[in-house]
Design a protein around this ligand. Structure first.
Ligand code: BGC
Length: 990
């Protein structure tokens, strides 16, 4: 929508009431500086209020205004209030006294500002990506086009037909942050008995919830490479959500994809490869949804770093823009979302950032064009929390539900949907067809997940005893029902329902299989519970455990808000993706109970800087008196609304926290015996300061193991389970080795920070391979306690190799509804009505603001779009998934015990490919992971493993054809144990 059109809306009264800004999407337009200024002022005002609330018990939000430009003085509002400044009147008096000087200075400052501002605007303009702004794609495709959802859409249509406009707005608008019990809540459609929905984080467990499991994080799940475990963890997570009355689980996360190894939230996802990320996401979704809970694929899309992910945390007028070309978008960042849609995901969460200078939650190309048309997404798109930045524009661009419902600021009660959506429908600026589709998508998803089954999902009060049985805002049994409002009525809000069941076992198994053994010199591992041979003079075998990462945080498990500190053994990253640990088994605890106390003396020194030769340690605890030392260290990161030790979400480097590198080096220098290092981390860490130390014989990268941390580690250390984790990322020798695209943008480079994804497909191992940089440990790498060989690779073509998929299949006709406008009077507040403060309502105060007129629609709104030939079913054209090639390989266990191999299939795409439409040369990274299987093989045994590749796996995204194209030429198929393994290889075609 253009700035002009937005003004039109304002003039005609659409936006006037309550002066709620329904802002234009930046689709198609760059925003005027006055727009930005207005928004900035409003956001600053909102931030005060938000800071006050979030400094409260459960979400101690710290405003993150960085001292970016001035370099002096605190710049966030909370601090600003504390700084002594002269009063305004005394300043004015002083100014009058030195009037001329003041005028001159003011003049210079104003001139300077104008010059800087115009220079800045030019700079932003000049740094705009070559691909330009995101193109328009309207109108929003209607849901209900695929057979798998047909029945749900029929039922949904029958219900939506009976809904009033007020019902429809209730279903699509959140009630406001902390207005109800979950982190996101909708209001019921009372006329038809459609319940209020509870939306809760995800994805590591249930946030703000008692008696539930703290599972290993996504990165650990990725490191298992075990599809069955991925599914089982998802199912257990979903079961717990259901038990707590959560309708929509806010996970899994597959964005951030992991472009930058220091990115703050990479750990919520499964690793920076589209196939690994996509399979793990799909398995998780199937698990969650098989128990009837709606899963959410988030964050759509390219929310790769925390710095500037949104404006209000960073004191900027706008969020960062991730500028991505079409091919890279399809082949990397979109891939896991396509797999999620193919798995039938019920919801997708659009992200905070802009993509190609258009907010992701207002980007019609992404939501209408790619997600709903090309990927055939049938569920509903919800916004990340306050990621909606425009009203009418984002509804037209495809947003179906706003979360948490507030407007541009936390708890401002000024929703961009709510009554504004009611008004926009009544004045025709949001067509009836659009709101009907929005609500139908939500209701269809609810039917699709069988949540209409009242035995499984009893309705919430007053109609039943269902709904959420916990409160996100208090741990007390009795608490406020509408915490964020002025209503003080209370009820039983926490029923303390135990939902953990035996999920600790799954957590333990995932954590154990997600532990990656990268070094095991002389096969020092697995350890014996009896220890080893004591050194001369000792009666027992002495083992020392060092580092705060080995033990529980003495201040408490959940002492840091949303787990935002690294003060004890690290088992989770921080942010909305973290949970309260119900318990946490530390390595010290597990090892103490595992080693035989008859033959082993264990000393634990859970501190980071003391154990040097000069340290005041009891002799028995000193490293120089140990037969074996275990050194622990970790590296944390998290979501941008919290910070710890100078880490503002994104890590500042890839080194260990709490002087971990120095600790490990010290222990290696001083330990009498060999050293085993255990690292808990959110992603890759630089190991090079100490990895080659001859005393360091084994290194385990245990990722983020969740509540069963110590037990899982013991399982691997003692060899009760094979070391079968494999790296879901590359461990480089330095952060620089990940290339320019791998670096977080820590300082804004414009009014809208611009981040160009110039490296294209060369992310993580693809970059290392293309630039011939030797990593410390490659993607996919990890040792077992046994050894495997691969042989007898055979390829069998399953279908003809044609360049393009079959034409897009016909799809079902979606439900349609009469487009007549409802009687506006039904939108008025009922009388009497008690309005709660800050709560979002669908009702209008008066009908004065409803002016029917011909409203302008965004540029491109009336341009008919060609439906994508890559579309036609959930996840895209079904022919993209037709298996074309079957690959068989024999895996033999040549070692001394049973173990699990991860069979990884990489393709090397042909050289010299030229795109048939554009004539451009198409180059590929040297290797692309396309399939994997984890198999257990007995000692001396072998197994044949079959993997299949579909058309999409062997194609590239042709920007010219706007389709997946299978190029001519020889495709090399490599099956190996990591991205750099020679493995066994064959050529297909040529
Ligand atoms: C996060 C989302 C989360 C939401 C609700 C946002 O800050 O980005 O991942 O689901 O909060 O807690």
């Amino acid at each position: 929508m253009s700035a002009h059109e937005d003004n039109e809306h304002s003039r005609q009264g659409l936006l006037k009431e309550n002066s709620i800004p329904l802002r234009p999407s930046v689709d198609q337009t760059s925003r005027s500086s006055s727009d930005l200024d207005d928004e900035f002022n409003e956001l600053q005002f909102d931030q005060d209020r938000e800071t006050r609330f979030r400094n409260g018990r459960r979400w101690p939000w710290v405003a993150k205004f960085r001292r970016i430009i001035s370099g002096e003085g605190p710049s966030y509002q909370g601090e600003r209030r504390a700084v002594h400044r002269p009063s305004r009147s005394s300043k004015i008096r002083g100014c009058l006294y030195r009037r001329r000087i003041c005028l001159a200075i003011t003049g210079i400052l104003v001139a300077g500002f104008i010059i800087l501002a115009s220079g800045g605007a030019l700079w932003v303009y000049k740094t705009a990506p070559e691909d330009g702004q995101s193109p328009p794609w309207y109108p929003a495709p209607l849901g209900g086009s695929v057979s798998q959802w047909e029945k749900s859409y029929q039922k949904a249509q029958a219900m939506v037909e009976r809904m009033t406009l007020i019902d429809k707005v209730n279903v699509t608008s959140g009630t406001g942050w902390s207005q109800d019990l979950c982190v996101g809540n909708t209001a019921p459609a009372n006329t038809v008995g459609f319940p209020a929905l509870c939306l809760q984080d995800g994805p590591l467990g249930l946030r703000f919830v008692d008696h539930s499991t703290a599972f290993p994080a996504g990165v650990t799940v990725g490191a298992t490479w075990n599809k069955e475990l991925m599914y089982r963890r998802g199912k257990a997570h979903g079961t717990e959500a259901k038990g707590k009355g959560v309708n929509v689980l806010l996970g899994p996360s597959m964005g951030p994809f992991g472009r930058m190894p220091a990115g703050g939230r990479n750990w919520e996802g499964f690793g920076p490869d589209p196939v690994l990320q996509g399979i793990a996401a799909a398995q998780t979704i199937k698990g969650i949804q098989d128990v009837g809970v709606m899963a959410t694929a988030k964050h759509f899309i390219a929310n790769e770093q925390e710095h500037f992910r949104q404006s209000f945390e960073w004191g900027l007028p706008n969020a960062i823009s991730s500028n991505i070309d079409d091919r890279t978008l399809h082949e990397l960042y979109l891939w896991p979302f396509a797999e999620s849609v193919r798995a039938g995901v019920a919801s997708v969460m659009c992200s905070y950032n802009m993509v190609n200078n258009s907010y992701a939650c207002g980007n019609s190309k992404l939501m209408n064009g790619i997600l709903k048309d090309e990927l055939g997404f049938q569920g509903f798109i919800q916004s990340d929390w306050l990621a909606q930045r425009s009203g009418v524009a984002s509804a037209l661009a495809g947003l179906d539900m706003t979360m948490p419902g507030d407007g541009l600021g936390w708890m401002d009660g000024k929703s961009l949907f709510g009554s504004e959506l009611t008004k926009a429908v009544l004045n025709t600026s949001v067509p009836m067809e659009r709101i009907n589709d929005m609500v139908t998508r939500v209701v269809a998803a609810w039917y699709q997940l069988r949540q209409d089954n009242t035995t499984d999902w009893p309705p919430p009060p007053p109609n039943g005893t269902g709904g959420p049985n916990f409160s996100s805002w208090t741990e007390d049994k009795i608490g406020r029902v509408h915490q964020g409002s002025d209503d003080s009525s209370t009820a039983v809000v926490n029923q303390f329902v135990k939902v953990q069941d035996d999920h600790g076992k799954i957590a333990r198994q995932v954590a154990a299989e997600g532990t990656v053994l990268v070094k095991n010199d002389g096969n020092i591992l697995p350890l014996s519970r009896k220890g080893g041979t004591p050194s001369s003079g000792n009666k027992k075998y002495n083992i020392g455990i060092y580092g705060s990462d080995a033990a529980l945080n003495p201040k408490g498990l959940n002492v840091c808000p949303d787990r935002s500190c690294n003060g004890g053994t690290l088992a989770s990253g921080w942010g909305s993706g973290a949970v309260e640990f119900p318990y946490l088994i530390s390595p010290v605890q597990a090892l103490t109970s595992s080693f035989s106390n008859k033959s082993v003396t264990l000393s634990s020194v859970p501190i980071d800087t003391i154990p040097t030769r000069t340290a005041p340690l009891a002799p028995s605890a000193k490293p120089e008196n140990q037969d074996l030392c275990l050194a622990f260290a970790g590296s944390i990161a998290g979501e941008g609304f919290e910070s710890w030790d100078g880490i503002r979400g994104d890590r500042n480097d890839l080194h260990l926290d709490n002087h971990g590198d120095a600790l490990i080096a010290n222990i290696a220098d001083s330990c009498n015996g060999p050293v085993i290092v255990v690292v808990h981390a959110v992603g890759p860490v630089i190991l090079d300061d100490w990895i080659s130390h001859p005393k360091i014989r084994a290194v385990l990268l245990a990722n983020l193991p969740g509540e069963e941390s110590g037990n899982a580690l013991a399982d691997v250390l003692f060899g009760d389970v094979d070391a079968s984790g494999r790296l879901p990322y590359t461990v480089g020798k330095s952060l620089e080795d990940y290339g320019p695209g791998g670096q977080v943008l820590y300082y804004p480079n414009g009014v809208i920070p611009q981040q160009d994804f110039d490296e294209g497909l060369l992310v993580d191992y693809r970059y290392f391979d293309a630039k011939n940089i030797t990593p410390r440990y490659p993607f996919g790498y990890g040792l077992s306690y046994t050894t495997f060989t691969f042989s007898n690779l055979t390829l069998t073509s399953l279908a003809p190799r044609t360049p393009l998929p079959a034409p897009r299949p016909d799809t079902l006709p979606p439900p349609t509804y009469p487009t007549t406008l409802p009687d506006p009077k039904q939108a008025l507040f009922p009388k009497p009505f008690r309005k709660l403060k800050r709560r979002v309502y669908p009702y209008l105060n008066s009908l004065r603001s409803i002016r029917k007129a011909t409203y302008p629609y965004p540029v491109g709104y009336h341009t008919a779009q060609n439906l994508s030939q890559a579309g036609g079913a959930e996840g895209g054209n079904p022919d993209l998934y037709t298996p074309l090639l079957s690959i068989n390989v024999t895996v033999s266990n040549t070692g001394s015990r049973t173990g699990k191999a991860v069979v990884q299939l990489y393709v090397g795409m042909p050289t010299g490919v030229v795109d048939g439409v554009t004539g451009e040369r198409i180059s590929f990274p040297p290797r692309l992971l396309r399939a994997f299987e984890k198999v257990e093989v007995e000692k001396g045994g072998s197994r044949v493993v079959e993997m299949r590749l579909g058309r999409k796996d062997l194609s590239y995204w042709s920007v010219g054809a706007q389709n997946w194209v299978l190029p001519e030429g020889a495709i090399e198929i490599v099956v190996g144990a990591s991205s750099r393994d020679e493995g066994v290889r064959e050529v297909w075609g040529g």
